[in-house]
Ligand binder design. Structure first.
Ligand code: BTN
Length: 321
């Protein structure tokens, strides 16, 4: 009912009376009034004038499937796109749909009520500030390739942010995207697999886009494209750009992957050359991040002269949140 009312109001040049809405839609004026209030709660600004009716003054920047797909041509990432106003977590929704979903399905949401970060953290996902989406892929690869899939996704998002905004976004290994020392994007990859093959991978991506502030506890660690550029961006247009880049980069990656293929990957990796702390068997080791292997692992030279190859887990970079 809300979308029907909205479409009548948005296509009218002037105020539309409650009576006309109720006649056109075959419902009572009380139903119209309740739905108008519900649209207002969603963020629409709707003026109401006695004896004239209702008029939409402002529509919030919701994600919209048709706008995202407009002019989008992809090989497989985004072959199917579903947008939800609100969901617990787009990763969870992908898992629920995983049996029947096609390769490349994207679930995007305006709001997540239980957004998840890595290491069991919460990913704050308030309405219309960020972009929250998950891609389902079915790569014909062994499960050991999971970390490089995430790496490739982070690389694609980093390139998209750089090209779309001109910001000097960098990668914090393995797949956070940062600006200066603050986080712009996080990726949570989850996988269902047999011992020798991947069933599906859910790549969950959260990008801080139009947030004008962050809660106290992450204020010094997080930033958004809006805070960095001073401009709000059109999230549908930007998401289309990100999907195109992901399709290009992951398309290449799934055929054959090596970090060398991603020209410039290492130049964009803010972790290399920095002092890092890594947890190994309950012990914190200090070293310098020296290189990335062709499988995407981080090579660390410890202070005691040992070389460590790290493929997951928490690596803390000195000076970055
Ligand atoms: C991290 O940096 O800790 C990873 C954050 C991943 C957040 C995204 S938002 C879309 C998808 N759905 C989730 O619940 N989490 C990921």
């Amino acid at each position: 009912m809300k979308s029907k009312i909205l479409s009548i109001l948005q296509s009218a040049d002037d105020y539309v009376s409650g009576e006309s809405l109720s006649n056109q839609l075959g419902v009572s004026r009380t139903t119209i009034w309740k739905n108008i209030n519900s649209l207002r709660a969603d963020g629409y600004k709707i003026d109401s004038v006695q004896n004239k009716g209702y008029r939409v003054l402002y529509s919030p920047d919701f994600l919209d499937e048709d706008k995202i797909k407009d002019g989008l041509s992809v090989d497989f990432i985004g072959s199917q796109i579903k947008v939800m106003r609100t969901v617990d977590s787009t990763n969870e929704e992908v898992k629920r749909l995983s049996k029947s979903a096609e390769n490349g399905l994207i679930i995007a949401a305006d709001e997540q009520t239980s957004g998840k970060g890595r290491f069991g953290r919460i990913w704050k996902s308030e309405k219309t500030g960020g972009i929250y989406f998950t891609i389902l892929i079915r790569p014909e690869l062994p499960p050991s390739n999971i970390s490089s899939i995430t790496l490739a996704a982070g690389y694609a998002v980093c390139l998209a942010i750089r090209e779309y905004t001109n910001l000097d976004a960098k990668i914090k290994w393995p797949n956070d995207i940062i600006i200066e020392n603050r986080k712009l994007c996080g990726i949570l990859t989850e996988m269902a697999a047999q011992s020798d093959r991947i069933d599906y991978v859910a790549i969950g991506i959260g990008i801080n886009v139009n947030q004008s502030e962050f809660p106290e506890e992450i204020k010094n660690k997080a930033s958004s494209i809006f805070l960095e550029t001073g401009k709000e961006i059109d999230r549908n247009d930007f998401l289309r750009y990100v999907i195109k880049k992901l399709d290009m980069v992951l398309g290449t990656f799934l055929v054959s992957f090596s970090v060398e293929d991603f020209k410039g990957f290492k130049e964009l990796c803010a972790t290399l050359g920095r002092k890092v702390y890594v947890e190994r068997n309950g012990e914190i080791l200090t070293g310098t991040a020296e290189d990335i292997t062709t499988y995407g692992e981080l090579i660390i030279k410890t202070e005691s002269g040992k070389t460590l190859t790290v493929n997951s887990g928490e690596v803390t970079v000195q000076g970055i949140y």
